[in-house]
Each structure stands twice: as C-alpha cells, then as structure tokens.
Design a protein around this ligand. Structure first.
Ligand SMILES: [Zn+2]
Length: 317
C-alpha cells in the first residue's frame, strides 16, 4: 500500500547496502593492498600507514567535491532547460506535482529538469534531482510521463547513490586494472563487427580472447608478485561474484522503483512507457543496448509488477 512505502523502502535499503558492500569488498581489499602493501614492504611500515590514512580520507573529500560539481551543473542546466525548453519543463514539473501529491511528499523532495537528448532517458541523481531527456518528454503522454517520474522517485526512496559513489572510489584502482584487461578484447570484437570477411572475423575473435587472457594473466601475475598468492585467490574467487551481485542489486533497485510507481497507480502507464523505451532501444541495433546492460528486460519487469499488483489487491478481492 502507498502508506507503508517509506518503511518498506527503508527495510530493503539496508539489505541493498549490505549487498553492495559485500560485492565491493574484494575490489576494495585488493585496491587498498596494492596501494599500501608495496609501500610498507619496500619503503617502511610507517609510510604504509600514512598512505592508508590518506587513501581512507580521500573518499569523503572526493564525494564532497563531486556532489558540489553535480549541484552546480544541475542548477545551471536547469536554468538552461527552463529557458530553451519551456513547454517540456512545464510538462515534467506538472508530472512531478501529481506524483508528489499522490505519494504525500512535499514538492521540494526532488527537483526535476529537462535536458537536451535525442534518446529515451530518465535518471535520478544523488543530490535529489531527476533528469529527463527532451525526447522522452516528447514521446510520452502526460500519464506515461508521470509513471516515469514516479519510477525515478522510487530510486530517490532507495537513497543509495552516495554509498555507491563512495564504494566506487575505493574500488577504483583494482577495477581499472580489470577494465584495462577487458578493453583490448572489446576493441577487437568491435572491429570484428565492422568487417565482413569470415577469415578476418575468426582471426579477430581469437585475437580478442588472447588479448583478454593475456592481460588478465598479467594482472594475476602482478598481484602475486606484489601481494602474494592470497591476492590471486581472492581475485579468482571473489571478482566473478562481484559482477553478478552488483548486477542483481541493480535489478532489485529497478523492480523496487517500478513497485513504487505501481503503488502510486501507474502500472498501466509505466508498462506503456517502458514498451516505448525498449522498442527504441532495440532499434539502435547494438548487440546489447546500453539500457539493458544495467536494467532487467521488460518481460521480467512486467512480471514483477504483476506480482506486486496481485499482492496489493489480494486481501478480500
Ligand atoms: Zn530505474
């Protein structure tokens, strides 16, 4: 029921935060060890302590700076959006007015703005603002737009953006190594998509696998030499799970945000809007569209919305 939504969101929030912290742990431990381990072994233990303190302290500073930059960007682009897209801005503000009214929260809970954009997109940011592309506003009806705004408001109730940013910072060093291993193979597979000669494709595919395995083993050997065999074991056992957990959690967040929109009475309009989004997204011709890399497919989302609605109407009906 809409009335118990904040409580429900708070309870799920703790579980999501725990999943995020557990999922990030292997990368954080390896990042910290890569910074502190060699310094304390080859220089002095005290230098290691100093590096550790600087590293831990850097998180809040980076977070503060990025939020300040985000706020500044948000207020300037909100002004630009309101000046250059007055009709679209008025439409999203009206949509948010109704969603806030339905949810029983003051309108100041979130700020909403339109940004230039030729693709379907809507996002929620850590400093409580919602951003919707002009294209999205143009292709949706008033009710569908409210449904999308209600979904983004659902993300606001989860309030996980700050924790996610902080953990991303502490994971960065090791994750960057992983990306470096992954990138050459992606480049080669992209090149493969661009060519048409079968022999060439096979060669590039094999090249991609060799590049990936080569860079991956170089990282593992580097970890062994710098930190010892435990680091290799942690990387082999923990890292594959990390990706799976992070993706699962992202899906739960989407299901929950959909649930908020359903509870506010937008089930039908959210389905319509998501169908438009997926149709456009598939039309781009990408192998896996960017949107579906982080979001569950519509079939899964609709099934989750159905079961939420069944629970909602179950007693006595
Ligand atoms: Zn979402």
């Amino acid at each position: 029921m809409p009335g118990d939504e904040p409580l429900l969101a708070a309870r799920q929030r703790i579980a999501w935060h725990a999943v995020l912290i557990v999922a990030s742990a292997p990368s954080i431990v390896l990042s910290g060890s890569l910074l502190v381990g060699p310094v304390s072994r080859w220089w002095s233990p005290w230098a290691g302590v100093v590096v550790a303190v600087i590293w831990v302290g850097s998180g809040p500073i980076v977070l503060y700076r990025s939020r300040r930059a985000e706020r500044r960007y948000a207020s300037s682009s909100a002004a630009v959006g309101a000046a250059t897209m007055p009709v679209a801005t008025a439409r999203v503000r009206t949509a948010w007015k109704y969603v806030a009214l339905g949810a029983g929260v003051p309108r100041s809970t979130c700020t909403i703005r339109v940004v230039e954009g030729k693709t379907f997109s809507a996002s929620h940011f850590s400093d409580r603002h919602i951003e919707i592309s002009r294209h999205t506003v143009n292709v949706l009806t008033a009710r569908q737009l409210e449904a999308i705004v209600a979904h983004e408001f659902g993300h606001h109730l989860q309030r996980s953006a700050v924790l996610r940013e902080l953990l991303t910072w502490y994971r960065r060093l090791f994750d960057t190594m992983g990306i470096m291993a992954y990138r050459p193979s992606v480049r080669l597979v992209r090149a493969l998509n661009a060519t048409s000669r079968p022999g060439e494709e096979a060669l590039l595919f094999v090249g991609g696998i060799v590049a990936w395995l080569g860079a991956g083993s170089a990282i593992l050997v580097g970890l062994w030499l710098l930190l010892g065999p435990w680091a290799v074991l942690l990387a082999l056992a923990g890292i594959p799970w990390q990706g799976v957990l992070v993706q699962r959690r992202a899906w739960w967040c989407e299901f929950h945000a959909d649930r908020v929109a359903v509870d506010l009475g937008y089930a039908r309009y959210l389905r319509e809007a998501l169908t438009i989004a997926e149709t456009e997204c598939v039309g781009t011709g990408d192998f896996v569209p960017a949107w579906l890399q982080s979001h569950p497919g519509n079939e899964r989302r609709f099934a989750a919305m159905d079961s939420a609605q069944r629970r909602w109407t179950a007693p006595g009906s």
